[in-house]
Design a protein around this ligand. Sequence first.
Ligand SMILES: [Mg+2]
Length: 324
Amino acid sequence: MIGGGEAALIQRYFHGLTAQRDGVELGVGDDAALLQTETGLLAACCDTLVEDIHFPGDIPPEALGHRVLAVNLSDLAAVGARPAWTLLSLTLPEKDPQWLERFSAGFKALADRYGVALVGGDTTQGPLSVSVTALGQVAGDHGLRRGGARPGDGVWVTGTLGDAALGLELWQEREEATALAGDPAYLAGRLFRPEPRVAAGTALLGRASAAIDVSDGLAADLSRVLDESGVGATLELEALPRSQAFIDEQGDLRHLLHGGDDYELCFTLPAEREEEMACLREHAATPVTRIGTVEETPGLRGVDAGGVVCALEPGGYDHFAEGS
Ligand SMILES: [Mg+2]
C-alpha cells in the first residue's frame, strides 16, 4: 500500500525525476504542463478512464468518446489554453465495430466543436480503458495556475455543482435497462457528457489569480488551490450554485462539496476585477457565481445561512487515498 494519496505518490516518485529542461513554465502537479516554445506557450495534459473506476460499464459508447476528450479539454481550460491537438490510446477487450462506430462518433463531435485534430495514438487488447493526451496553446506568456490565490480574492465557480455525482447515483439506482427521463436524464447527461469550460478558461487569462477544474469535488480541488497558494477560504454554503434538476431530485451538500466529475472551473479573482465577470457571462456564455472569500488562515471553512462556521474536509476522490 502506498501511503499518503495521489499527490504524495507523484511527489515521492515523479516530481523532479528526470533531467530538467529550460522552458518548463509549469511542470508536474498542476492541471496541465505549460511549456515555452519558439511560437508561444504550449499546454499538455493526459487523462485515463478505466471501466468501473471512472465510468460505469454500461455507459453509452458515444458518451465515453465524448467524456474522455472532455476531461482533457477541461484540464486545458483550467490553465487557460485553447485546445488544438489530441492523441488517443484505446485498450479494448474485443474489436466490436458497432461499439467503435459509436465511440468514435462521440469523440469526433466534441473534437469538431473545438477544432481539435486527432494526430496519433495507439490501440491494444485488454480490459477497457481509454487514455487521451491533449495539447493546446495559451495566449500570452503565463497561463492560469493553482498557486496565485491571495487573501481578499473572491472564490468563484462556473455553472452548477453536484449534478454529475447525483446523476451517477440515479444511473446506478435505475431499473436495469430502463432509460432515464426528465431530471435524472439531465443529471446523468452532466456525468456522461461534461461540457469543458474552454471559453471561460481563455477569458479568465490575465484576470483570475488561480484556477483549477472541478474533477474530484469542489472541496478537494479548491483545497489544492489553497494549499498551493498558502492561503485558506470560507465558502458561503447557501451560494453554491445548483441546477433546477439537482433541487428537484433533492441533491444535498455532500454532492455539492464532494461530488466529482462536474468539470466546472473553480477560480479566485481579485475584488477589483469582479465587474469583469459580466463579460464572461455575456461573451463566453458562462454562468459564474461568487461562492466565498480567500483568507490568510489556512484550511477550508463553510458558513451556513445562520452564520455558523464549520471546517470542511477536502474529502474528494483520490485513487491512492488510505483505505481506498
Ligand atoms: Mg484537473
